[in-house]
Design a binder for this molecule. Structure first.
Ligand SMILES: [Fe+2]
Length: 290
């Protein structure tokens, strides 16, 4: 697929679905919301997040104060790993998303949450997309993984297996944990951009924490409306990239098509279980809703 094959973009967007970030249009309040969120996470994350993420935060700090300017950000990122950050109008079709990733372009929303929504947001905003995702794009191995994911995404479309591959993204890029220096650290953007989940994912006895297995992850359901009930722990970014590159996905998709999905809280006999969660948090929420 080439860029010219993209589905028709909404009005105001370019053929590749990008829009101008219009950095000059952010209000002082919007920059202040970014600064509040940034300061809160940057203070809390050391000791919790993978050190590679902390290294990557420098890339964000090199930009102007407040919300980063994508052009400046891309310039810095390009020199490090060849990635760029581009603005899009909200969620984009899967093929557009994969095509950009496969070409080392990370698509980001340009709006920022309101001050009243610091802790809860349904749609990913610029803080999630940029603070959560961009630091690891400055890490050479993770940068390669993201590109490999995009290439794999394009291929998965031929096999009707997007939803299986999407689980890999969800349980790594968005909600992954990693073994680092003998302990668990967070690295997924959905966790690191959330104050509450940054604590929950590591400290709470409620969720399962299971050693990463590519095929297992691709069979596992997930929830999008609350803290995760499962986290998968990779041994290193190198091993994640290696498994992704070395897996022959076509036969794997065929094999997975014959196997049932794994329910969210299910533990399998072959799982490497770090924590068998109590699920008290999720169960408490469910009972409260009944
Ligand atoms: Fe994300």
């Amino acid at each position: 697929m080439t860029d010219s094959d993209f589905p028709t973009p909404p009005e105001g967007a370019a053929a590749d679905w990008t829009i101008p970030q219009n950095w000059a249009d952010y209000t002082p309040e919007e920059h202040a919301v970014w600064d509040t969120l940034f300061a809160r996470q940057a203070k809390m994350l050391p000791g919790r997040v993978a050190p590679e993420f902390i290294d990557g935060l420098d890339v964000l700090r090199l930009s102007k104060p407040g919300i980063p300017d994508f052009e400046e950000l891309s310039e810095v990122l390009m020199k490090r790993t060849g990635w760029q950050v581009i603005a899009v109008p909200g969620l984009v079709p899967e093929e557009v998303f994969f095509e950009h990733l496969a070409n080392r372009r990370f698509v980001a929303g340009q709006f920022i949450r309101l001050r009243q929504q610091l802790d809860y947001l349904q749609e990913p905003d610029i803080f999630h997309d940029v603070f959560g995702h961009v630091p690891l794009l400055a890490h050479p191995v993770f940068a390669d993984y993201m590109q490999a994911y995009g290439q794999g995404g394009l291929r998965s479309m031929e096999f009707g297996a997007i939803h299986k591959l999407a689980r890999l993204y969800w349980y790594t890029v968005e909600f992954g944990l990693i073994r680092s220096g003998g302990e668990q650290r967070i690295y997924g953007a959905g966790i690191v951009s959330s104050y509450g989940e940054s604590i929950f994912a590591l400290d709470d006895p409620s969720p399962n924490r299971i050693g990463f297995d590519l095929a297992r992850v691709m069979r596992t359901k997930y929830r999008i409306d609350d803290f995760q009930q499962n986290y998968f722990v990779i041994d290193s970014f190198e091993s994640l990239l290696k498994q992704t590159l070395e897996t022959d996905f076509a036969p794997l998709y065929a094999e997975l098509a014959q196997l049932p999905d794994i329910e969210i809280t299910e533990i399998l006999p072959e799982d490497r279980v770090y924590t068998q969660g109590t699920q008290a948090y999720a169960n408490g929420k469910r009972q409260a809703a009944e």
